[in-house]
Design a protein around this ligand. Structure first.
Ligand code: ADP
Length: 460
């Protein structure tokens, strides 16, 4: 089975959100399961490959010149880096001001066109596209192999002006969207299979509330739409061999976890006592619902729980969180930034892990938290529903606490319920062990993707 896998992000060479981790995790497991994968991603510059070989791609003048460099990356293995005009930038999508690059439409349409040219050249058994950045490839592929589109986040669709329809390719009319061009809507219409990154996210995106305007387009795809839950990289996220931790641990050595809790409390300047510690590790965007926690911060002084938040993104929200942390330093700590090392300690040292998301296609952090023995407190959205059964609704299999709605009052109730559950040490240990015992790796998701590729090839 030869697969072309096209993505705008790949961990660790280009990481903005969960797409990077999902791409890297799926590709390496597919390779382990015997699939010959050509990973095609933009050349943002500064990515060193061993034994590089470059060749030009045959694209129309608006998308060129386009070339691809193939070589070996020490972590990612064989990589194909596509260079098109304007692609090499310090951040894949954003200017230093935090605004998107004004030519992101041109950059990623050119990348998608180059992906189509690459597919025409190598003629794989299947092409797997991810999110809007690669969606327009199908406009140009009239005689291409079977195609899969994974939707990692429907909120980002690649809206552009109507003029693009004139150049994208023979099937560009499928990308017309309310007087403009929409990369994702066209790919949803044209891909042979559309995959959302969790089964529950499939239900949500078929509704007007969760479909970001594309629920009808998705509904029309019927059985071609399915959900496959993401995994996590269980080598990177391995509490028994994690260089970022103060003390490695696993299910058989769960007592060793305590040293991580002490190290984290020390780092946060909280006392090392029995008060439950809740952690958040997140991007600061409206999706993540961190603003819903803001009204709770003053209340924390009265609750038997402390909260520590590691986050980067929205500057206004970060400013408010700094103020809240200085006003309520006994119960709330805020660390601004993207800090991988600290994030590992937050998972390994916290008692609870809070995700107040308004929507969450799959979510990785709740799985990372459970693998590291932190009990998740989540909203009932997207992949959180698939991965975190509530301990009261499912007494024998529950793994966390689920807030009914993404509202501050529901989150307060959930935190209160969680702190009560944690009071019972035996019950807490049972819940913790259940989360740690689950296989959160990419093995099963990769098997499902491989099954899908085989189905498409068989029917192609
Ligand atoms: P999203 O992709 O929507 O941001 P996910 O939960 O799918 O959310 O994945 C986020 C990934 O990024 C996780 O691996 C998480 O640990 C990591 N991450 C998010 N914010 C931070 C941060 N501030 N510091 C370190 N790691 C972070």
């Amino acid at each position: 089975m030869r697969l072309v896998f096209a993505t705008a992000e790949l961990s660790p060479v280009a990481t903005v959100g969960g797409l990077a981790a999902a791409s890297a995790g799926l590709v390496s497991e597919l390779r382990r399961q015997g699939v010959d994968v050509d990973v095609v991603m933009p050349d943002y510059g500064g990515i060193a490959l061993a034994d590089p070989v470059s060749f030009d791609l045959d694209v129309p003048s608006w998308a060129g010149p386009a070339s691809v460099t193939v070589g070996d990356h020490p972590v990612c293995g064989r990589l194909h880096l596509v260079d098109v005009p304007g692609m090499a930038r310090p951040h894949p999508y954003l200017q230093p001001s935090g605004e998107g690059w004004p030519d992101n439409d041109a950059r990623f349409f050119a990348f998608a066109r180059a992906v189509a040219a690459f597919v025409e050249r190598v003629r794989p058994d299947v092409v797997h596209l991810n999110d809007w950045h690669t969606g327009a490839a199908l406009a140009a592929l009239t005689d291409g192999p079977p195609s899969v589109l994974s939707i990692h986040n429907l909120a980002y669709q690649g809206h552009a002006s109507v003029g693009w329809l004139d150049v994208l390719g023979p099937r560009a009319q499928h990308y017309e969207w309310w007087g403009g061009t929409n990369s994702l809507s066209g790919a949803i219409a044209l891909a042979d299979a559309v995959v959302a990154v969790s089964p529950n996210y499939v239900h949500e995106i078929l509704t007007p509330a969760g479909g970001f305007g594309l629920h009808d387009a998705l509904t029309q795809r019927g059985a071609a739409l399915r959900g496959i839950l993401n995994g996590i990289d269980t080598e990177v996220w391995d509490p028994a061999a994690d260089p970022h931790l103060a003390s490695p641990f696993d299910l058989d050595r769960i007592d060793a976890r305590r040293a991580n809790r002490s190290a984290l409390l020390d780092r946060l300047e909280f006392p090392d006592d029995v008060v439950p510690l809740a952690a958040v590790v997140t991007r600061l965007t409206p999706q993540k619902g961190i603003d819903l926690l803001e009204p709770l911060i003053p209340v924390l002084d009265e609750l038997p729980v402390r909260l520590a938040l590691l986050g980067s993104g929205d500057a206004d929200l970060a400013g408010r969180l700094h103020v809240a942390a200085s006003n309520h330093s006994a119960s709330f700590a805020f660390i601004e930034g993207y800090d991988e090392t600290l994030s590992h300690l937050m998972f390994a040292g916290s008692d609870l892990f809070v995700m107040p998301s308004r929507f969450e296609p799959c979510g990785l952090t709740q799985m990372q938290a459970m693998r590291y023995g932190s009990i998740p407190v989540v909203t009932a959205v997207g992949g959180l529903v698939d991965t975190v059964p509530d301990v009261d609704a499912h007494p024998r299999s529950g793994r966390g606490i689920v807030a009914r709605r993404a509202e501050s009052v529901d989150l307060l109730a959930a935190l209160f319920r969680a702190s009560r559950r944690l009071g019972d040490r035996r019950r807490r240990a049972t819940i913790q062990r259940r989360g740690m015992a689950v296989d959160w790796s990419w093995k099963q998701p990769a098997r499902e993707y491989l099954g899908l590729y085989r189905e498409l090839v068989a029917h192609g």
